[in-house]
Design a protein around this ligand. Structure first.
Ligand code: FAD
Length: 465
């Protein structure tokens, strides 16, 4: 069988892979993208970012209708939940977006190949599937993403002990959902099902939620979620899980010793592992690091000439926008341009209510690096827009270098923090000082004014506090 030759083969059509393919095609490369699943878009579009945000939105509206509308003078009667319709809406959004990737491929003349790719040489992959074939290319980019980590004492059964994939499509609202893991996925899925009526217990091994993000702000979020009724057991590890016909019993070990909890569903959301299964990396002599990730240099080149890697499968935060920007940079490097990602300016968001968004250094990180900082904070209770929309929980924290005033980190707990953080990321990207943000005119009344005020507070001069 003759092999089809390309300038670039991208393995995986997630946000890393499909964006890399588009950027490479924009730069004039002849590109193929191989995807093993029947739909394009990877984890993010199919079973990650998009369906979770669709359910977060629907569940938040349901929750507001039942809890918050009365405060606005809106009377609701006959409120009901049609879970099947909510899921159908979510599935429709996923379908539209994954098909959209196919349209983008057509527009950019990218060959879309369905099947499992396996290296037979550094410049050659064999595609297994309905139409087996061999593809060759001068460059091959691995963007195979990640898969949920499975715990040995709690193997996924898809029904009682589930990963985020099944938690996005539960057939009924559980009476009690136990979530192992207080990171973004656990908090988001816990919020969805709590808003829809489940009693939710989140178990976290560390003594804090949202690990890796600013601790003080994480505590602020913890209190807000507790007020919503979510239960937490921190500093607690899962020891056992036994599923039966009616539910699941888990054995826990925490600060007060051993305990047992019972729920009807157990969601294990303890992280994701890089996915390189079946890729044949041993055939081309590509070795993984201790955590199963593909090591790359600053140009996303692996140790094998011509082979590159990006996204969840390489070290760093497992985030869609990180994968996308690496995809752009890798494609540019492959095309001979200087592609680059600024890892100091990658926003990180937990889409709870209130949302928790961060960019740059946390207070702990700055201190552990020995950097003297000045910190300004501003609460949403003092922000006119937050009051107008009735969402005053949280605030903004700006961390600046004590000597230069350069902004090192911005952390937001509050409504639409995921949008406000864009300004913060831009500030860090352009090496702004807190003075720069404080002197930038912000529209009134907006939530972003809290960021301006927190920047002014670095110098002890907030105006509305
Ligand atoms: P992936 O999206 O995982 O795509 C990899 C693709 O490669 C897959 O389609 C896979 O089928 C394919 N593949 C693997 N091996 C082969 C092979 N050998 N041959 C052919 N194809 C192959 N991130 C955010 O930034 N924001 C969020 O709000 C967010 N929410 C999330 C919610 C959930 C529930 C989950 C699970 C994740 C979420 N993430 C979020 C993380 C985000 O989904 C990932 O960081 C992102 O998808 C990584 O992109 P990627 O391109 O590296 O890999």
């Amino acid at each position: 069988m003759a092999a089809s030759a390309y300038d670039l083969i991208v393995i995986g059509s997630g946000p890393g892979g499909y964006i890399a393919a588009i950027r490479a095609a924009q730069l004039g490369l002849h590109v193929a993208c191989v995807e093993k699943d029947s739909t394009l878009g990877g984890t993010c579009l199919n079973i990650g970012c998009i369906p979770s945000k669709a359910l977060l939105e629907s569940s938040e509206r349901y929750h507001q209708a039942s809890h918050d509308f009365a405060a606005h003078g809106i009377q609701v009667s006959g409120l009901g939940l049609d879970l099947a319709k909510m899921m159908t809406r979510k599935d429709g959004i996923v379908r539209a977006l994954t098909r959209g990737v196919g349209s983008l491929f057509k527009k950019h003349k990218i060959t879309s190949v369905t099947g499992m790719a396996r290296f037979s040489a550094p410049d050659r992959v064999e595609i297994a599937g309905a139409a087996p074939q061999t593809l060759t290319a001068q460059h091959i980019l691995i963007a195979t993403g990640s898969a949920p980590v499975e715990l040995p004492m709690a193997r996924f059964d898809g029904r009682r002990i589930v990963s985020s994939t099944e938690a996005l499509a539960l057939p009924a609202v559980p009476k009690r959902l136990i979530v192992i893991g207080g990171g973004a996925i656990g908090l988001e899925m816990g919020s969805v099902w709590s808003r829809l009526g489940a009693e939710v217990l989140i178990v976290e091994m560390l003594d804090r939620i949202a690990p890796g993000m600013d601790q003080q702000m994480g505590t602020m979020l913890l209190r807000a979620l507790q007020r919503q009724g979510l239960q937490f057991q921190l500093g607690t590890t899962l020891k056992s899980a036994a599923a039966d016909a009616d539910g699941v019993t888990v054995g826990l070990s925490g600060p007060k010793g051993a305990s047992e909890e019972r729920g009807d569903v157990l969601l294990v959301a303890v992280g994701r592992r890089p996915f390189t299964d079946g890729l044949g990396l041993e055939t081309i002599g590509l070795t993984l690091d201790q955590r199963g990730r593909i090591p790359v240099d600053a140009h996303y080149a692996t140790s094998v000439p011509g082979v590159y890697a990006i996204g969840d499968v390489i070290p760093g935060l497992m985030l869609a926008h990180k994968a996308e920007d690496e995809g752009v940079a890798a494609a540019e490097n492959i095309a001979g341009l200087p592609g680059h990602v600024n890892y100091d300016a990658i926003p990180n968001v937990v889409y709870t209510a209130p949302e928790f968004a961060s960019v740059g250094l946390s207070e702990e990180e700055a201190k552990s690096r020995g950097i003297a900082v000045r910190i300004g904070s501003f609460p949403y209770t003092a922000n006119g827009r937050a009051r107008s929309i009735g969402e005053t929980e949280g605030g903004v924290k700006v961390i600046a270098d004590a000597t230069t005033d350069r902004v090192l980190g911005i952390h937001i707990v509050g409504p639409h923090a995921s949008d406000v953080i864009a300004e913060a990321a831009l500030a860090i990207e352009f090496a702004a000082s807190s003075e720069d943000i404080g002197r930038t005119v912000h529209a009134h009344p907006t939530l972003a004014e809290a960021l301006k005020e927190a920047a002014l507070a670095v110098d002890g001069r907030p105006l509305n506090l």
